[in-house]
Write a protein that binds this ligand. Structure first.
Ligand code: NCD
Length: 361
């Protein structure tokens, strides 16, 4: 495996191994302090970030490496009109590994295509966020003791929330998990994700808009922010922004050992009084995020990166179909070839970059 673009680039045993390394790093911090000496991580962030960018930088520094990059594209040549892929070509000759965040869906995959060094997807628009999922999985495994046989409630903005898409993709690969997808009807999990991860694998799930009613059966509650910046219609955001607010009072009906996760930032979907509850994991989760990013950097740049597979997805170049998503990299960057994933369950193939439906030319 050269890059981490999608959580499915990692086999389940590789995810488990990353969590083991995370544990080992926590217990033997000193042993890792020079592991990336002389190596450079480039963090290229075209979208706001606190945790992801700083935890990547801090992860590389705790490994003895160095960090370059930008957190505001207006200070880079992007503001002069440079394309993403030209920027990547240049930065790949100044660094050993790239963490890229972009509002464009499929940006990380398009970037990985044009350089030889590992590219990590640190969030591509509303599509995916695999390293947040690694932090989520480490939290669940190390705090609940298992990643299987769980009833997982994912609540909030399941349409635009990229962390929820990657989390569903990952947890649906562990045995015996059930999902309760809690959202307003306007912000439901995309049908393509439900088909691919749940229906095709006969996994039990329900879709509901009722958090209170769902709470008692959950082992994990994954709360998310309504993604203001992804709405084309601001009035729609105003209507939906307070859809869920988890309070201490509501938690009286939840299991005593239920874990509450949130990728953060929180706006108002979890009341601050919940922070005092032992079940609140979100600040710990951010700490695991830095540790598992250390494990990931070690894997991608270390000798142990022996996996042959890049992705189980079968890409086929095409000029017959076009991607219907205006926010996809295929439609925003010149020269990115249209590739499709042939999914027999879909009427038309999906775009390999953003996993949205395509249409015939
Ligand atoms: C998330 C993101 O950027 O998608 N944040 C993060 O990386 N921890 C979630 C969010 O912004 O709501």
């Amino acid at each position: 495996m050269k890059d981490l673009i999608d959580i499915s680039d990692l086999r389940v045993d590789e995810i488990d191994e990353l969590i083991e390394t995370t544990k080992n790093i926590m217990e033997n911090k000193e042993q890792y302090s020079q592991a990336m000496k002389g190596k450079i991580l480039a963090t290229l962030f075209y979208e706001p970030s606190t945790r992801t960018r700083l935890s990547f930088s801090s992860a590389m520094m705790y490994l003895g490496g160095n960090v370059i990059g930008f957190s505001d594209a207006s200070t880079s040549s992007v503001s002069k009109g440079e394309s993403l892929r030209d920027t990547i070509r240049i930065v790949s000759s100044y660094s050993d590994i790239i963490a890229l965040r972009s509002p464009i869906e499929g940006a990380a995959l398009a970037a990985a295509d044009v350089c030889d060094i590992p590219v990590i997807n640190a969030g591509d628009g509303q599509h995916a966020h695999p390293t947040q999922t690694l932090a989520d999985l480490a939290t669940i495994k190390l705090e609940a003791g298992r990643l299987n046989g769980l009833t997982i409630g994912i609540c909030g903005d399941l349409k635009y929330g990229r962390t929820t898409h990657s989390l569903l993709a990952a947890l649906s690969r562990y045995n015996g998990n059930k999902f309760v997808l809690i959202s307003p009807k306007e912000l439901k999990m995309p049908a393509t994700a439900i088909n691919k991860h749940l229906n095709e694998n006969n996994i039990t799930y329900i879709e509901t808009d009722d958090l209170n009613e769902s709470l008692p059966e959950l082992d994990i509650l994954y709360m998310t922010r309504i993604q203001q910046e992804r709405f084309d219609d601001k009035a729609e955001y105003e209507k939906l922004k307070n859809s869920y607010i988890l309070t201490a009072d509501m938690l009286k009906n939840a299991k005593k050992d239920m874990l509450i996760l949130h990728p953060l930032p929180r706006v108002n979907e979890i009341s601050v009084e919940v922070d005092e509850d032992d079940r609140a994991m979100y600040f710990k989760q951010a700490r695991y995020g830095r540790l598992i990013r250390m494990a990931l950097i070690l894997k991608l740049l270390g000798k142990k990166n022996t996996s042959e597979t890049q992705s189980p997805i079968n890409f086929t170049p095409t000029d017959k179909y076009i991607c219907t998503n205006p926010k996809c990299v295929v439609n925003s960057e010149k020269g990115v070839l249209g590739y499709v994933i042939h999914d027999p369950k879909e009427l038309l193939p999906l775009c390999a970059y953003c996993e949205k439906p395509t249409m015939k030319k």
